[in-house]
Design a protein around this ligand. Structure first.
Ligand code: SAM
Length: 364
């Protein structure tokens, strides 16, 4: 067994460099320095801090919600490379002896790669035996705040560790699996669906997406995002020179405006502005800041496409730009940004207004 006290972070394949740069920065901000192992296209990063106990400290002090590129993470106690095919459970239990308390659940995972997918049957077959063994050892209990993670890299190799339920993603590997609804006009619909699930609590979804509310969808065609809003009975102004799915227009809830999304001004403030335009992220960040600053919308979800080389630097630049604009305009806001499972070369940003008891200015 090799001992690797560190943090294991799941990310999108190809974004290991961004995930590594980000965790180094965030850890440094809480006084922890270390280095990362980030093999290209491995879909994970291992952050190894200099001091013993520092991985747990970063896991406690840095909210996962602040990390854009990490979908899921856990404190890795060990890397086992010697798991025998006839009994993987005993060595895993041994490696998990350092978990600081009983756990409520067990996640068996793989990196999100094609090679990882080939290990999912193994994970499924080991889940029940590992749970049984944990229970027999008195280490599985309901109502506790920890979870075990075992991430298989091969049939005989796995990282084993734990995560705090309150500071980790609720799904294994941080992956929310969604099906494209049959009547949705495009696969892109899943990006907004996942964003609404990720950024809003169930209560917030109920409060902030009520029938009759108004939304503007910039870069709406063919209508996957608008479909998500219409299905919740919001009225949508769909701004795009491209064609919208006729079934959406038939709903009576969508007004199609063939206009430039950068020039469009809403005649009155709306509840939501969503934006999936394929454009330079700096221009989209600037546009989103303008909508918020001027009170044109209360809540917003927008994507920042990152096809360039310096993706992490560019994203930071965009988020800082929004931050500076909104701070100088003294606009209170809560902004979160994540590379969601259904995002590709892009990240999703959500800004929600917290005082949602009243409607936006000028909106009746
Ligand atoms: N969210 C859409 C969906 O779920 O079906 C997909 C949007 S697609 C990724 C990007 C759209 O942005 C394209 O339809 C394109 O015409 C539109 N677009 C790009 N630049 C635009 C602009 N300046 N103004 C309006 N629409 C724009």
């Amino acid at each position: 067994m090799s001992t690797v006290p560190g943090l294991f972070l799941h990310c999108r394949t190809g974004f290991e460099g961004e995930c590594a740069a980000e965790i180094r920065d965030r850890a440094a901000a809480v006084g922890v320095h270390g280095y990362c192992k980030a093999k290209p296209d491995s879909a994970y990063v291992l952050f190894q801090p200099q001091g013993a106990g520092d991985a747990a400290r970063v896991h406690r002090q840095v909210p996962l919600a602040q990390l854009v590129f990490a979908r899921q993470w856990f404190v890795a106690l060990a890397l086992r490379k010697d798991l025998p095919a006839d009994d993987r459970i005993a060595p895993l239990l041994e490696s998990l002896a350092g978990v600081p308390g009983p756990v409520a659940e067990v996640f068996l995972e793989t990196p999100d790669t094609n090679q990882g997918k080939q290990l999912s049957a193994l994970c499924r077959s080991l889940a029940a035996p590992l749970r049984r063994a944990m229970k027999a050892a008195g280490r599985l209990q309901p109502d506790v705040a920890l979870r075990i993670h075992v991430c298989f890299l091969g049939t005989g190799a796995a990282y084993a560790g734990y995560a705090d339920l309150d500071n980790s993603a609720p799904a294994a590997m941080g992956i929310v699996r969604l099906r494209v609804p049959r009547s949705a006009p495009s696969r892109s619909t899943l990006k907004l669906e996942e964003a609404l699930l990720h950024f809003l609590s169930a209560d917030e979804r109920g409060q902030l997406l009520r029938p009759g509310m108004e939304a503007v969808d910039l870069g709406a065609a063919p209508g996957g995002w608008a479909w998500q809003l219409v299905r919740r009975h919001l009225r949508v102004t769909a701004v795009d020179n491209g064609a919208m799915d006729p079934r959406l227009l038939d709903s009576g809830l969508v007004a199609h405006r063939r206009e430039d999304g950068f020039r469009y001004r809403p005649p009155h403030p709306v509840d939501w502005m969503v934006c999936d335009m394929v454009e330079q992220p700096g221009r989209i960040a600037d546009l989103a800041a303008r909508w918020i600053e001027r009170g044109w919308c209360r809540h917003t979800v927008f994507n920042l496409k990152l096809p360039m080389k310096q993706r992490y630097r560019e994203l930071r630049r965009c988020l800082e730009h929004i931050d500076i604009r909104l701070q100088s305009a003294r606009v209170p806001y809560h902004m979160s940004c994540k590379q969601l499972y259904h995002d590709r070369e892009e990240v999703t940003t959500c800004r929600r207004w917290c005082g949602w008891a009243s409607r936006p200015r000028g909106n009746g």
